[in-house]
Design a binder for this molecule. Structure first.
Ligand code: F6R
Length: 609
């Protein structure tokens, strides 16, 4: 999604802005631009395409400046083009604005401004902001910004530069993230922390409706009533290089390899080897609360939704509370039955996904208790929820989610076991057995990752596959959904996942001679059932690649290829199976020459609907 960087200080601002924007590339974008104050006026440079085009332009024709704003745009209103790129400026380019989010009433504002003689050069909603500020400006940028906030509707993070006040950059946010980086004789604005980590670790996470005024030596935060507020500075405790590739060819591969560690970290100080209870510091839900909840909704998008499906299975099994798992963009528009007897669990890696945030707000407005499972401290979803579990996966840069998903699963285990103990549907012995299984996971995950040549070889042999189907039952079905999503998003191979028992109700019509079917059989009780489905597709000519646990190799003769994952309890096996599918997707994408970390049309953080 779009990225913002703002800088004021003593360095060459184009360097800082370009560096910051490069750290936000992972969010996905289709154009990039910047505006700097130089010799009494604002210069804007912006281009469709990769950041490299902008970097090259600046290299060809450098601009001396120590203040500026930059942007990477992911098109929503208007195609990707030079004109639609940000920054947008008023007619004489005395005010420049970069914007993330959507101005919902932009059409009516555009019409009003055009009637007053303002000329528009782009199709974007964001351009109205530059002209509106021009109209409202009477010698004080902050006053004009405050007036504008009373007029515009929608979601936004903005950074603004004004020719008449070149000693400052001004920022504001509503439902779109914006952070302030505080340095020595320099200050920064950004939509995400990696953009500024090279320069400072002191960060302020802005609240909705606040205005920030950054000068070279000062940061002033005004609350919604324009009262000055003492910022609560947060120290970033992870390294810039945590967000770098660290020797791997792609971020995705690095992040797959980080999973033994991220899983360990997620358990740390929550599940203890010798103790028979879970500690979830930021979850204050009591047994009385659980008795009151008549229903739990788990709401999320994409991969996080797939983690939610596993969560539903686990909570229903261990705590015996009915759970519905919903896609956030569906949930928010279907008038769900939510009230004070509802617990709504929102899962989101970024904590900024627009649909998930809106679903959360809806549940809150209808008096539900809201629990967030997220990877980003201080994200909008974390802040809006009553209770939070952080996944502690570290920054996830590759667009395709891997370590965030498995740590979301770990949070689902911890939460469901906690609920199970509170409701007393999970005995201490059952708890202890599960806990021991979880503690063994990092070692088993390491084992899976270390034996990936077979997966690579399979991808090499079948790289020209046009369709790949995944089948499984129970938890294996949920993992199939995730495996299929991973494969299609990075390799662009058409893929679907089917509950194996559903095959004969439709999907089996697609099976033909040589069709590649990936079957998961990690659930002991469902093993024979899935085996029957394998026979069904085999008899229609499918080429079946199966994944099963140790000691289940009897199916070797029933399938074309077999991958054996380490022995683990059925309930934790999804973590091992999904890592095989992540690796398989990764190798398929590499073999097909795809841009693994930045698949086409996708963004890391989907902050618009
Ligand atoms: C797929 C993927 C997406 C995200 C989805 C939700 O690999 O990453 O499907 O899972 O966009 O994002 P978050 O978790 O940030 O809410």
């Amino acid at each position: 999604m779009c990225g913002i960087v703002g800088y004021i200080g003593y360095r060459q601002s184009t360097d800082v802005l370009l560096h910051g924007l490069s750290k936000l590339e992972y969010r996905g974008y289709d154009s990039a631009g910047l505006a700097v104050y130089h010799q009494g006026s604002i210069t804007v440079r912006k281009f469709k395409g990769r950041l490299q085009t902008l970097t090259q332009d600046i290299a060809n024709s450098p601009i001396e400046a120590t203040v500026g704003i930059g942007h990477t745009r992911w098109a929503t209103h208007g195609e990707p083009s030079d004109a639609n790129s940000h920054p947008h400026a008023n007619h004489h380019a005395t005010i420049a604005v970069v914007h993330n989010g959507i101005i919902e009433n932009y059409l009516e504002l555009r019409e009003m401004l055009m009637k007053e003689g303002y000329r528009f050069t782009s199709q974007t909603d964001s351009e109205v902001l530059a002209h509106l500020l021009d109209k409202l400006y009477e010698g004080n940028l902050v006053v004009a910004v405050r007036k504008m906030l009373k007029i515009i509707k929608g979601s936004y993070a903005l950074a603004i530069l004004c020719e008449k006040e070149p000693d400052k950059i001004v920022g504001v946010r509503k439902n779109s993230p914006l952070i302030v980086g505080l340095g020595e004789s320099e200050n920064f604005l950004a939509s995400d922390i990696p953009a500024i980590l090279n320069y400072t670790r002191n960060v302020y996470l802005m609240e909705n409706d606040e205005i920030v005024i950054c000068t070279q030596d000062n940061v002033t935060i005004l609350d919604e009533n324009d009262l000055e507020k003492q910022p609560d500075i947060f120290k970033v405790n992870w390294d810039a290089q945590d967000a770098e590739k660290g020797g791997y060819e792609h971020f995705m591969l690095k992040e797959i390899h980080e999973q033994p560690e991220s899983i360990r970290k997620t358990m740390l100080s929550r599940i203890f080897e010798e103790k028979d209870y879970v500690v979830l510091d930021d979850v204050k839900i009591t047994k009385e609360d659980l008795d009151r909840f008549q229903k739990v909704y788990i709401v999320a998008c994409g991969t996080a939704y797939h983690a939610g499906l596993v969560g539903k299975y686990l909570i229903e099994k261990y705590a015996r509370i009915p759970v519905e798992c919903d896609i956030a963009s569906e949930f928010r528009y279907r008038n769900p039955l939510v009230d004070k007897c509802t617990l709504c669990i929102v899962i989101s890696q970024s904590g900024e996904t627009a649909d998930s945030l809106a679903a959360l707000e809806l549940a809150k407005a209808q008096s539900a208790r809201v629990l967030a499972v997220t990877n980003v401290q201080g994200s909008s979803i974390a802040r809006a929820a009553h209770d939070v579990i952080y996944t502690w996966a570290g920054p996830e840069i590759a667009v395709a989610s891997t370590k965030a998903y498995t740590t979301q699963l770990l949070c689902m285990y911890a939460l469901s076991m906690h609920f199970g103990l509170l409701t007393q549907h999970l005995s201490k012995q059952q708890y202890a057995a599960l806990r021991d299984e979880l503690f063994d996971l990092p070692r088993l995950v390491q084992q899976v990752i270390a034996t990936d040549e077979g997966l690579h070889a399979l991808a090499k042999r079948r790289k020209n596959a046009e369709d790949i189907y995944f089948i499984g039952r129970g938890l294996d079905y949920y993992v199939s959904l995730e495996g299929s999503l991973k494969l299609k998003e990075i390799s662009y191979i058409h893929s679907e996942a089917a509950a194996a028992g559903e095959l004969k109700h439709g999907p089996i019509a697609l099976i033909d001679q040589g069709t590649l079917v990936i079957a998961l059989l990690t659930q002991d009780e469902l093993f024979n059932k899935t085996l029957s489905n394998i026979k069904e597709v085999k008899s229609r000519g499918a080429y079946v690649v199966a994944f099963c646990k140790e000691n289940a190799e009897i199916i070797r003769k029933e399938v074309d290829e077999l991958f054996v994952i380490p022995k683990a309890a059925d309930d934790v096996a999804p973590v091992l199976a999904v890592i095989c599918l992540q690796l398989l997707s990764y190798y398929f994408a590499c073999e097909r020459g795809c841009d693994v970390d930045k698949p086409r049309n996708l963004a890391k953080s989907v902050t618009v609907e």
